[in-house]
Design a protein around this ligand. Structure first.
Ligand code: ATP
Ligand code: ZN
Length: 287
């Protein structure tokens, strides 16, 4: 194995930290949690984890201080550094949205003309305004964007939203989605060949973890005359496995179903005569 270590930057403390650590540990990489530390070397895989502010990650990846990083798409697009997206990671989901005071009667993007908009995302916002041919004034502020209208600094805001509760507390309502964002695994475009091999290995493992999370393993028993209908309800990776039970006339069916619709599938299976249904989480899924 190469002596070189792949350096991966993740957020030190914030909304992405815990899931970033989990996704790497889910790949079987063991490392300390970075409390009070800037870096941590994995014990069993040639990677070094760098714990940084999320805003700095794209630049460090472009500059080669880190080879790869986990960061929100919103930050990657706003910073505009030359990095490549290797994987969409499915966590850290949020929207960059325009939000206006509750009483604002919004009918369409034309109503944005001439407004003062406070944001920490001037680059993404100006792209949006340009695409909609809107001339508005962007006020860039670095934090607490949601209070800008109430202190008279702006008419509306463009800010990150997940549940919308912060907006609501500040008397604002979402009027337009500018960007849907999630955490990305980014990388430097040119990696030396041994680092490239390590990076590919890492991506392979992360993908297996992501697929596993999207699916459940289901086992059930059913009388043989019901198997046909039950199998039709179960797509499986190729097709479900059907194994005879010790009791004559009965079989056990094993399959993989999508997490999103597993309750519905389980209800339908029961209705078709399935018994003893077990639904298990999957650790890794290599497809
Ligand atoms: P740092 O100190 O590292 O700069 P931060 O305060 O900029 O931290 P966080 O609030 O931890 O960052 O958010 C990190 C990322 O989490 C955001 O860039 C975004 O991609 C994602 N995120 C998900 N939901 C939200 C949300 N409701 N508000 C803000 N960010 C969110
Ligand atoms: Zn930040």
């Amino acid at each position: 194995m190469s002596k070189k270590r792949l350096r991966i930057a993740i957020q030190k403390s914030g909304r992405l930290s815990e899931s970033s650590v989990q996704i790497l540990r889910g790949c079987g990489i063991e490392f300390g949690n970075g409390l009070g530390k800037l870096r941590s070397s994995a014990r069993n895989f040639p990677v070094e984890i760098l714990f940084l502010r999320d805003d700095d990650i794209p630049q460090y990846v472009e500059d080669g201080v880190a080879d790869a990083g986990i960061v929100g798409e919103n930050v990657v697009l706003e910073k505009g550094f030359k990095v490549e997206t290797a994987l969409r990671l499915g966590f850290g989901r949020c929207r960059l949205s325009l939000a206006a005071p509750k009483q604002f009667a919004y009918e369409g993007t034309g109503d944005l003309e001439g407004l003062r908009i406070a944001t920490s995302y001037p680059k993404i916002l100006s792209g949006f305004l340009e695409r909609h041919s809107i001339d508005a004034e962007i006020h860039t502020i670095s934090g607490s964007v949601e209070i800008a209208p109430s202190i008279g600094l702006a008419d509306i805001v463009c800010d990150l939203v997940s549940s919308g509760s912060t907006l609501f507390t500040n008397g604002l309502k979402e009027i337009e989605t500018v960007l849907e964002s999630e955490a990305l695994l980014i990388r430097r475009s040119s990696l030396e060949s041994d680092l490239e091999v390590l990076f590919e290995k890492l991506c392979f493992r992360i993908r297996a973890g992501i697929e596993a999370e999207k699916n459940k393993y289901v086992l059930l028993n059913a009388p043989n005359d019901k198997i046909g209908r039950i199998v039709d309800l179960l797509p499986g990776m190729r097709s479900p496995s059907v194994l005879p039970l010790a009791e004559t006339g009965w079989s056990s069916v094993h399959s993989v179903i999508a997490e999103d619709d597993f309750w519905e599938v389980v209800e339908n299976l029961r209705a078709e005569g399935a018994e003893g249904i077990l639904v298990l989480s999957i650790d890794q899924m290599v497809i």
